[in-house]
Write a protein that binds this ligand. Structure first.
Ligand code: T3D
Length: 270
């Protein structure tokens, strides 16, 4: 068990190769205050540095996944002038949100979000930053920013058009309407929808399966990240580089040997 980075607001447990992060402020639908953002950032560093961690599962305690920034914090609701609030928010986005979102995307291990309830504002951004999303039938997604006069942040304006296309992204960001699980699946926001009571077991099963995968899972994530900023010629070059890295891994040797010996491969993630 990894317990060092567990805190009251974030439960961190490792079972097998999966690091499970449970946002734990259920009375506020797991809204993000600085303590929770700090804890999430620290957990992503553990995920990166601990070789025993080969996949991450993010979920929420209680009936919500994450209701975005904690609006009871001073930054957004405080008495200071708008310039003060603006610079306080900018500092927080730079210091806490950007490292977290980059930490998820740059982690060369798969991240699964098991969305158990409402994912709103930056809570939706957190879910969108994951590689795969499995959600409960009762889950919903809200670009809540516009409802309170803010713009999408924490990566939502990056991920949304790439996941659902520009027209749908504009609709979600500008109207701020809730998207239910079935619609989220239809438009490509999530990978799977499961019955509420099966969410955790299905999320863990998916993360465990990924954790048992080869080193090339992480390299595939790097390839997909690179493709977001590449033209075809550049991406073909990235694929050459990554294939050379994959071929140098023990897992590629094992994968080919297992195929030839007609047995299941046993990957070690290196
Ligand atoms: O500096 C920065 O951090 C900048 C970054 C900004 C990024 C953002 O995320 S901006 C967007 C912030 N989030 C929102 O605007 C969403 C606010 N919440 C809601 O609109 C609704 O709660 C939901 C639609 C998500 C769910 O509605 P419902 O009816 O299921 O639940 P509820 O009754 O509204 O909420 C339950 C409790 O959680 C309630 O507390 P109470 O009255 O029982 O004591 C509510 O106040 C609390 N809660 C919900 N969201 C937040 C929250 N408390 C603090 N911050 C929240 N975001």
């Amino acid at each position: 068990m990894v317990t060092e980075v567990s805190s009251q607001v974030l439960a961190v447990e490792r079972s097998g190769g999966v690091l499970r992060l449970t946002l734990n402020r259920p009375q506020r639908l797991n809204a993000l205050d600085d303590e929770l953002l700090d804890a999430l950032g620290a957990a992503m560093v553990v995920a990166r540095d601990d070789d025993l961690v080969r996949a991450v599962l993010i979920t929420g305690a209680g009936r919500g996944f994450c209701a975005g920034a904690d609006l009871t914090g001073n930054r957004l609701s405080g008495d200071g002038g708008s310039a003060d609030r603006g610079s306080a928010v900018r500092r927080t986005l730079q210091r806490l949100y950007a490292p977290l979102i980059l930490g998820i995307r740059e982690l060369e291990k798969p991240v699964v979000a098991a969305v158990n309830g409402v994912a709103a504002g930056a809570g939706m951004s957190l879910a969108l930053a994951a590689d795969l999303r499995v959600c409960a039938e009762s889950a919903s997604f809200i670009q809540a920013f516009v409802r309170i006069g803010l713009v999408p942040d924490a990566g939502s304006s990056f991920f949304l058009p790439r996941l659902v296309g520009m027209a749908k992204a504009a609709e979600l960001a500008m109207l701020g309407e809730a998207v239910g699980a079935a619609e989220a699946l239809r438009i490509g926001l999530v990978n799977r929808v499961v019955a509420d009571e099966l969410l955790l077991s299905e999320g863990l099963a998916l993360a465990s399966r990924l954790a048992e995968g080869p080193r090339s899972v992480g390299l595939a994530k790097r390839a997909l990240n690179q493709s977001l900023a590449s033209d075809l010629r550049a991406q073909l070059g990235h694929e050459e580089d990554l294939q050379a890295l994959a071929l140098a891994s023990d897992d590629a040797v094992e994968g080919v040997a297992a195929f030839l010996q007609k047995r299941p491969a046993e990957f070690r993630g290196r």
